[in-house]
Design a protein around this ligand. Structure first.
Ligand code: CIZ
Length: 305
C-alpha cells in the first residue's frame, strides 16, 4: 500500500478504536502528517490526557510512551515498534541513580523527561528541555542540585543559575556529535540565517547559537520571528514541521547526519499493525507510576517565564 492508502486506513482504524495518534517532532514526515497531534514528548502526553480517546498510539521512543502511561493511566498506550528506544535514557538506571544519591544525601535530583519511568520515580522533580532552567531555579532552598541524565542540558542550565549543578554523564548521541566546526561551516554558507540550537548540543555549539530552544520552543520562535532563514541544530525530523508551518521561510539542517535511527523505526504499516493487534502496550507499573507522576506534577507547578 502507498502512503495515502495507509494513512486512510490508519484514520479509519483510529476512529473505529476510539484512539488518538501522537507523533513526536522527530518522526517521519508521513507519520507527522497523519497524526492527530505533533509536538514534544510531555506536551503530547498532557494533550492526550485531555481527550476522550481510550487508546494512545505514541509514535516516538520508549520513554515517551512511558510518559504517556504515567500521565494517562486509564488509557491503553501503544508504541508501534517496541525496540524504538533512546540511547540517552538508557544511560541511567534507577539503581545507579540510587547509588549516586547516597553519595550526595539531601541534594535534590532533577531528571530530564528523557529518562526511564523508574528514574523519574527516584527523582524529586522532572524537567524538559524547555523549562530546565526554571525548574533548577525553583529549588530555592537548595544550593546544589543533581541533574540527570543529560550532561549538556545540565551545562546549559549551569549558565543560568547560581546553584552548583552536579551532572550525570549522559548525552544524546546525535546532538552531542554535532561539532562546532561543522556549525561554523554552515553558518559561513548562510551568513544571514539564525542558528537555533537544542540544549542537548555541546557547550561549544551552544556558544555559537542565536537562540537555544527545545523543539516546541523552536517551532514557537520561528512562527513569531520576522527572520526568513534558520539553521536548525537538532534532529532533522523537525524540519518537516517547520516547513509545513512556515512555507515562506528557509530551514537548513546544521548537520544532515542528525537523524535519530530510533525515532525513524516506526513506519506507517507499524501503526496499522499496532491498531489492529492493540500491541505492543507500554504500561508503567502503578507504584513506579505514582512516584514518577509526582516528579512530573511538581515540574508542572513551576511557573513559566
Ligand atoms: O522531550 C522531547 O520531546 C525532546 C526529546 C526534545 C524536545 O526538545 O522537545
Amino acid at each position: 500500500m502507498n502512503f495515502k492508502a495507509l494513512q486512510k486506513k490508519i484514520r479509519q482504524l483510529l476512529k473505529e478504536k476510539n484512539a488518538i495518534l501522537l507523533a513526536h517532532n522527530y518522526q517521519r514526515p508521513e507519520i507527522q502528517d497523519v497524526a492527530d497531534l505533533t509536538g514534544d514528548s510531555l506536551g503530547l502526553s498532557l494533550e492526550a490526557a485531555k481527550t476522550e480517546a481510550e487508546i494512545i498510539v505514541f509514535c516516538g521512543v520508549h520513554f515517551m510512551a512511558e510518559t504517556a502511561s504515567i500521565v494517562c493511566p486509564d488509557k491503553v498506550v501503544l508504541l508501534p515498534v517496541i525496540s524504538a528506544g533512546c540511547p540517552l535514557a538508557d544511560m541511567i538506571t534507577a539503581p545507579a541513580l540510587a547509588q549516586k544519591k547516597a553519595q550526595y544525601p539531601g541534594v535534590p535530583v532533577v531528571s530530564y523527561v528523557n529518562s526511564p519511568a523508574s528514574v523519574k520515580a527516584e527523582s524529586d522533580i522532572c524537567c524538559t528541555s524547555a523549562n530546565a532552567v526554571q525548574v533548577v531555579n525553583s529549588l530555592v532552598k537548595d544550593d546544589t542540585v543533581l541533574m540527570t541524565p543529560d550532561k549538556n542540558l545540565a551545562h546549559y542550565a549551569q549558565r543560568h543559575t547560581d546553584k552548583e549543578i552536579l551532572c550525570w554523564e549522559g548525552f544524546c548521541t546525535y546532538h552531542d556529535s554535532l561539532a562546532p566546526e561543522q556549525v561554523m561551516m554552515v553558518k559561513r554558507d548562510h551568513p544571514h540565517a539564525l542558528l537555533l540550537a537544542h540544549p542537548e548540543c555541546r557547550p561549544a555549539v551552544i556558544n555559537l547559537a542565536d537562540e537555544v530552544k527545545s523543539t516546541s520552543g523552536m517551532l514557537d520562535y520561528v512562527r513569531r520571528s520576522p527572520a526568513k532563514e534558520f539553521i536548525i541544530a537538532t534532529e532533522t525530523g523537525i524540519i518537516h514541521t517547520l516547513e509545513t508551518q512556515n512555507p515562506d521561510k528557509i530551514f537548513i539542517p546544521a548537520d544532515e547526519r542528525m537523524v535519530c535511527t530510533d525515532m525513524k523505526k516506526i513506519h506507517l504499516d507499524d501503526i496499522v499493525h499496532a491498531l489492529v493487534t492493540q500491541s505492543p502496550v507500554i504500561k508503567v507499573e502503578e507504584d513506579t507510576r505514582v512516584k514518577a507522576y509526582r516528579a512530573v506534577e511538581r515540574m508542572l507547578e513551576v511557573p513559566r517565564d
